[in-house]
Design a binder for this molecule. Structure first.
Ligand code: B12
Ligand code: SF4
Length: 430
């Protein structure tokens, strides 16, 4: 069977505000490896770096003649209330092209997994796989090849039974003992000024911030072994000449000992690379030693998780952090010359002119490289924010959240908040 894997988000054109955020399709590389190992012929197309994705994709289908196309949907939308863009209509054009050619279609990816049933239904594809796909897609391909229709044991599979879409529980076991296929794509296509490759460190999260749905994947951290990570970095440096790495981890410095040990091992391995990871500003997630190790391991930039600089808002987001910690973390970044980007949300429950003034006053006391300001909270189905929005009458229980829907505090208007912030701070809006 010939399989074509497609990175379907049209990022270069539409997510250009985050051009530093180009993401190598490592999810697909984790899927390609076992497929090739089973002897399947695997080809690749990337709509995220094509200027004419539909034309180029059509040509790819003509040349490659696949029996099955797997679409990776990383983002359903850009989560921006001010400049909204949804990727789904463009992706649907590609899926429809495949469906019309009677080629088997399978959907997957982080964005798809937020709305697995709805997207499968709307796009008329044959199958969807929610969450991790490296075991499920090869399993599905085997079942299709054998013609057994034994779908029940394929984790995360969404498929049609009669008029209904039925599903199995997903695989969220993390990335231990798994190999990515680094021959699938060319890393040079995804170079940013911060990183060229991404390495999974851990998945899941035990925190429960009200706007986030990551704990849906796992409410505890699932960490990879340090040795496995170092081997992957060494391989990419030696074979692909990659020198800068994004460490995929929602909360890299929690638990702090795991992070310090990894940084220490990177230093000891003497591989001379640059790293970029999100440093958490929560209590016990940073100290002098952490920043020193981060710096020595090649970390000269970071995003410091903050979400707000107002005590009230941090508490309203159930962030389990306070401004004192954020301040100390920012000061340490300054001391160790780590360029820090901060990202904050404006407009959550209880946001008003006073909480905004509080945040602005705080920001004036710290040094930052970029301050990424996101207005409104994209309501995600699995997040506690959905219930808050229902309670406040912003959405109902039946509201379809696939078209990007945002929460914004009724205590201040988005335009007023934006103008006030722009008049008082130098920022990057989103
Ligand atoms: C790390 C990360 C980032 C980093 C990426 C850095 C990098 N170098 O890659 C940064 C901070 C830059 C980032 C930016 C953004 N991100 Co982000 N990010 C993530 C995060 C935490 C992990 C993604 C990841 O790499 N996972 C590890 C890889 C191995 O897994 P994977 O890609 O998911 O692939 C697996 C499965 O999905 C599946 N799979 C994938 N493709 C396919 C295809 C088929 C056919 C099948 C069967 C299965 C399958 O199998 C794979 C292997 O197991 C996710 C959270 C999450 N829930 O995953 C959010 C997430 C993907 N990001 C999200 C968003 C919105 C964004 C931004 C748009 C934010 C913004 N406003 O700027 C940008 C977009 C950037 C871009 N160009 O795409 C959302 C998307 C939600 C949605 N509804 O669309 C997520 C899900 C977070 C969330 N819950 O809100 N992000
Ligand atoms: S925002 Fe970050 S820390 Fe909070 S629950 Fe989500 S992944 Fe965890």
């Amino acid at each position: 069977m010939k399989i074509l894997l497609v990175n379907s988000n049209n990022d270069v054109i539409h997510l250009s505000h985050s051009s530093n955020f180009i993401t190598p399709p490592i999810g697909l590389s984790f899927i390609s490896y076992p497929l090739k190992k089973l002897g399947y012929n695997v080809d690749f197309f990337d709509g995220s770096i094509s200027k004419n994705p539909n034309i180029d994709f059509n040509q790819k289908l003509d040349n490659s003649s696949p029996d099955l196309v797997g679409f990776s949907i990383r983002n359903t939308d850009n989560q921006s209330m001010l400049n909204p863009y949804t990727s789904l209509p463009d992706i649907n054009k590609m899926v429809t092209n495949v469906v019309n050619r009677n080629i088997i279609s399978v959907l997957g990816g982080a964005g798809y997994s937020v709305f697995p049933k709805k997207i499968l239904n709307n796009m008329n594809a044959d199958y969807g796989i929610c969450d991790q796909g490296e075991n499920s897609l090869p399993e599905l391909v085997k079942v299709i090849c054998n013609g057994t229709n034994l779908f029940d044991n394929i984790p995360g599979l969404y498929y049609r039974r009669g008029n209904k879409i039925v599903s199995n529980l997903p695989d969220n076991s993390g990335y231990k003992n798994l190999k990515p296929d680094y021959e699938l794509f060319n890393f040079n296509d995804y170079k940013t000024k911060y990183w060229s490759a991404s390495i999974v460190i851990k998945t899941g999260c035990p925190f429960n911030c009200s706007f986030c749905d990551t704990p849906r994947l796992s409410n505890k951290f699932i960490s990879r072994d340090h040795e496995e990570i170092i081997e992957e970095i060494k391989f990419l440096k030696k074979v692909k000449n990659i020198k800068s790495f994004y460490l995929i981890d929602n909360c890299f410095t929690s638990p702090i000992d795991y992070a310090k040990e990894l940084l220490y091992k990177i230093i000891k391995a003497d591989i001379n690379i640059n790293i970029f990871a999100q440093i958490s500003s929560r209590k016990n997630c940073f100290d002098n030693e952490l920043f020193e190790l981060y710096n020595k391991a090649g970390g000269s930039s970071t995003i410091i998780g903050a979400d707000s600089f107002s005590e009230t808002m941090l508490s309203n987001y159930n962030n389990r952090n306070n401004t004192n910690n954020i301040y100390k973390c920012a000061k340490l970044a300054e001391k160790y010359k780590v360029w820090a980007d901060f990202c904050w949300l404006v407009g959550g429950p209880g946001e008003n002119i006073n909480t905004i003034k509080e945040s602005i006053n705080f920001v004036k006391k710290i040094k930052y490289h970029n301050l990424l300001t996101m207005y409104g909270i994209r309501i995600l189905p699995g997040s506690p924010m959905r219930q808050t929005a229902i309670n406040e009458g912003i959405i109902s229980k039946k509201t379809d959240l696939l078209p990007a829907t945002f929460y914004f505090s009724k205590l201040i208007s988005p335009n007023y908040a934006r103008k006030y912030i722009e008049n008082n701070l130098s920022i990057t809006n989103n």
